[in-house]
Design a protein around this ligand. Structure first.
Ligand SMILES: Nc1nc2c(ncn2[C@@H]2O[C@H](COP(=O)(O)OP(=O)(O)O)[C@@H](O)[C@H]2O)c(=O)[nH]1
Ligand SMILES: [Mg+2]
Length: 341
């Protein structure tokens, strides 16, 4: 064994030093360090990790507990992280266990113009019944969805009651996250006039509730005007959840105003959608989607790890670069190395 090999194997050993049973046991015991390790394992795309990851997830694949999954979106700077911290502390005071999953925008926004979310949740981080986890937003939307879903499932298995998913209101992320959660909250800024024109109607149609944040100081009046405008605009929009009429409220994450109102709305939503079965239908759809995402992920990993595929890929690439095989033929050469038509 070369020195590099032995260094590698120590690294691998260190990472893999928890057995499947230890991971399962730690998650069950609400050990947040082990929970973090479990999430890291299921995020891994290394072929050597995938079997254990599947076993771990398989162990927790039955719906557990009575959790609520809440997605929170809005433009950068609207106050999502501040709101999550305030709501999180409020829920902890009610005796709930709160997990935060932040779809980390650092890799999608160039120049690192978004401050790290963790710095905004300093008080929350210190709480015993809280767990904060960034999910990398790089890679495919399917990959982000799968990572978010699996992190949520493991948090639920650990016994968290409320899962808050922060997603930045740019690109396609919010539509993907909408499909993963029970309730979707849109945060908006008080200057409605400019805002209504700038915001994509599509994002408003995903929301179960809109909170005009930063309704404090000089902004209170503007926030009320914005509220009226949004209420009117929502009149003509399709509801995100069958049988639920989204409403608009004002509040201040910073001054801890209007937070209890939002939570009451969430609770009413949960009762109502459980009565109408929509809640459970949505959860079933999420489980179906999860199965497909994992199949897709495994298919890709196994495909590219296959020695025959690697050989064909190597040959096809060379032939394509030399101009001996067309683009389409090169693709077919590689795809035909497995049996799927
Ligand atoms: N005045 C006021 N400022 C707020 C409020 N919520 C957040 N902020 C500030 O807005 C900035 C962005 O907040 P942050 O939570 O990081 O926004 P995010 O990018 O949506 O996660 C920070 O400087 C916050 O202190 C609020 O309710 N009122
Ligand atoms: Mg943030």
């Amino acid at each position: 064994m070369s020195p590099t090999d032995s260094a590698m194997s120590t690294v691998v050993k260190k990472r893999a030093s928890l057995s499947l049973d230890e991971l399962i046991d730690g998650v069950r015991r609400f050990d947040r360090t082990v929970l973090g390790r479990a999430i890291t394992l299921v995020e891994s795309t290394a072929p050597s990790h995938m079997q254990m990851a599947s076993q771990l997830l398989g162990h927790f694949s039955k719906p557990s507990g009575d959790s609520l999954r809440i997605g929170i979106t809005g433009v950068p700077g609207v106050g999502k992280s501040t709101f999550i911290e305030t709501l999180g502390l409020y829920l902890l005071a009610l005796g709930k266990r709160v997990a935060v999953i932040a779809v980390d925008p650092s890799s999608t926004i160039s120049g690192g113009s978004i401050l790290g979310d963790k710095t905004r949740m300093e008080r929350l981080v210190q709480q015993e019944n809280c767990f904060i986890r960034p999910v990398p937003s790089k890679g495919t939307l399917g990959g982000v969805a799968q990572n978010t879903m699996e992190a949520m499932l493991l948090c639920e298995a650990a016994g968290f009651d409320v899962i808050l998913v922060e997603t930045v209101g740019v690109g396609q992320n919010e539509a993907t996250v909408r499909e993963l959660v029970d309730f979707f909250l849109l945060l908006m800024l008080p200057n409605a006039g400019d805002n209504l024109q700038g915001i994509k109607r599509g994002i408003m149609e995903l929301a179960d509730h809109i909170l005009i944040n930063k309704a404090d100081g000089d902004n209170i009046h503007a926030a009320q005007l914005a509220q009226n405008e949004y209420v009117q605009a929502m009149e003509f929009m399709r509801a995100a959840t069958l049988g639920w009429k989204p409403s608009v409220s004002t509040g201040s994450a910073l001054e801890e105003e209007g937070i209890a109102d939002v939570w009451q709305i969430v609770e009413r939503f949960a009762v109502k959608t459980k009565q109408s079965q929509i809640f459970f239908q949505r959860r079933d759809a999420q489980r179906r989607q999860w199965l497909r995402l994992r199949i897709a992920g495994l298919l890709e990993t196994r495909f590219f790890a296959n020695a025959n595929v690697q050989q064909r890929l190597h040959d096809a690439e060379a032939a394509f670069l030399k101009g001996n095989r067309s683009f389409n033929d090169a693709i077919e050469d590689v795809l035909s190395s497995c049996k799927i038509e």
